[in-house]
Design a protein around this ligand. Structure first.
Ligand code: FMN
Length: 175
């Protein structure tokens, strides 16, 4: 892929919140994980893990912990992307918590773009009650769930969102 293909690839993605109930195969999950494992990470510690949730009752419970967002219950696959503080802090101490969150969020970004490359929709879902998700999925203390990525085939045409002018993000030399 060259740069003239990369930008259209990015702009062809949008969050998907209405899903078909089927349409995600085990090979899709393998592909997504293989892509995520190519992501950079602090000290190559790969301080992230993913819990793949497909069980309908579990997804309903996750949805309740995510402010009742329906796409969490209805997507065929929910990837709970977690920061592994233990992997990162063993080398970096306190700073490792920040690195683990960065590792997990870049892994989530790769998962999202890999889904898009695979013809699957996704929605990065950050609004959830952390303790509820932790309890439901039996997530141990040194691991922090940072995002729920819903994945599946969308049922509606993609709805595009606007962006602020790119120049508004840029500060040159100093703030
Ligand atoms: C950190 C983060 C948290 C988000 N949380 C939610 C969420 O809880 N529910 C939701 O429907 N979308 C959520 N989104 C998706 C954003 O609403 C969406 O990416 C944004 O509106 C831009 O739209 P687009 O993804 O279609 O380009 C989140 C995205 C990010 C990066």
């Amino acid at each position: 892929m060259n740069s003239s293909e990369f930008f259209p690839f990015l702009t062809a993605r949008a969050s998907v919140r209405e899903y078909r109930r089927d349409g995600v195969e085990p090979e899709d999950l393998e592909f997504l994980l293989a892509c995520a494992s190519t992501a950079p990470s602090a000290g190559n510690r790969e301080a992230w893990d993913v819990i793949a949730v497909t069980d309908p009752k579990m997804k309903e419970a996750l949805s309740r912990s995510a402010l009742h967002q329906r796409h969490v219950a209805e997507a065929p696959l929910v990837l709970v992307v977690c920061a592994r503080y233990d992997r990162s802090m063993s080398r970096y101490g306190e700073r490792g918590t920040l690195y683990a969150i960065q590792d997990a969020t870049i892994a989530c970004t790769y998962l999202m773009l890999a889904a898009h490359a695979r013809g699957l929709g996704s929605c990065w879902t950050g609004a959830f009650q952390e303790e509820g998700v932790r309890e439901l999925l039996n997530i141990p203390a040194p691991v922090r769930p940072v995002a729920l990525l819903t994945v599946g085939k969308g049922t509606l045409p993609l709805s595009r969102t606007g962006r602020m002018p790119v120049g508004d993000h840029l500060h040159r030399e100093t703030w």
